[in-house]
Design a protein around this ligand. Structure first.
Ligand code: G3P
Length: 218
């Protein structure tokens, strides 16, 4: 399973990179706004800064919602760095744009996936990644993990090359469950990644080892 971090915060990206387990980064317009990054020049400079920290794919989302606008924006984003993947919303013009990007050698991440049908069309259009939003489905009392299961089954039935990037992962149990189902990648906050290491028996066991060592040493 590949680990992506879902943030535009450079310090958190650096921390995850220093752990030695980071495979990529996902961002979205809300995450960029949270860091106060606005204006085309600042946004582009920020994507380049992220690409310089991580040796892996970095999803950069288009703002346009029409076909021509998405193509223009996506081409400019892809030209910033070889690791940029153009993130496109799962709407009709988005599927058309993904097909164009696929035919023109630009990799894509189809985002805002909430149904197996959207994931099927995105794969047909040649998306490199689909991003089903686990946490946001859970938020409305639906089942985000069941969506991952359904997409996994469909992609396996037809050997689609599109990778399932489980997004809107909120906590460590989401990560484990996505790994059990066979999501190719998970993207979530640093807390969901670091949370995987937490166990009270590890902490108490380590304290005991250190105390016994100190006692034996006199
Ligand atoms: O980047 C897309 C997705 O991961 C958003 O997550 O927590 O805002 O639902 P969240």
């Amino acid at each position: 399973m590949k680990f992506f971090i879902d943030t535009a915060n450079l310090d958190q990206i650096r921390q995850a990179q220093e752990l030695g387990i980071l495979d990529g980064v996902t961002t979205n317009p809300s995450l960029m706004a949270k860091e106060g990054i606005t204006g085309d020049d600042a946004v582009q400079a920020h994507y380049i800064a992220i690409c310089e920290i991580v040796d892996g794919d970095v999803s950069a989302e288009v703002i346009s919602t029409d076909y021509e606008g998405m193509i223009k924006e996506g081409e400019a984003l892809a030209a910033l760095h070889a690791n940029i993947v153009v993130k496109v919303p799962a709407i009709v013009d988005g599927i058309r744009a993904i097909r164009w990007f696929t035919d023109n050698g630009i990799r894509t991440n189809c985002t805002l996936i909430f149904s197996p049908g959207q994931a099927l069309l995105a794969a047909k259009a040649g998306a490199s990644y689909v991003s089903p939003f686990v946490g946001r489905l859970d938020d409305i009392s639906s089942d985000g993990l069941q969506l991952i299961e359904k997409i996994r089954a469909i992609y396996d039935n037809y050997d689609f090359g599109t990778e399932i990037l489980a997004a809107s992962v909120r906590h460590s149990m989401h990560v484990i469950e996505c790994a059990e189902i066979g999501a190719d990648i998970m993207t979530g906050p640093l807390s969901a990644i670091l949370g995987l290491m937490k166990h009270p028996l590890t902490d108490s066991g380590l304290q005991q080892f250190l105390a016994d060592h100190a006692k034996a040493k006199g």
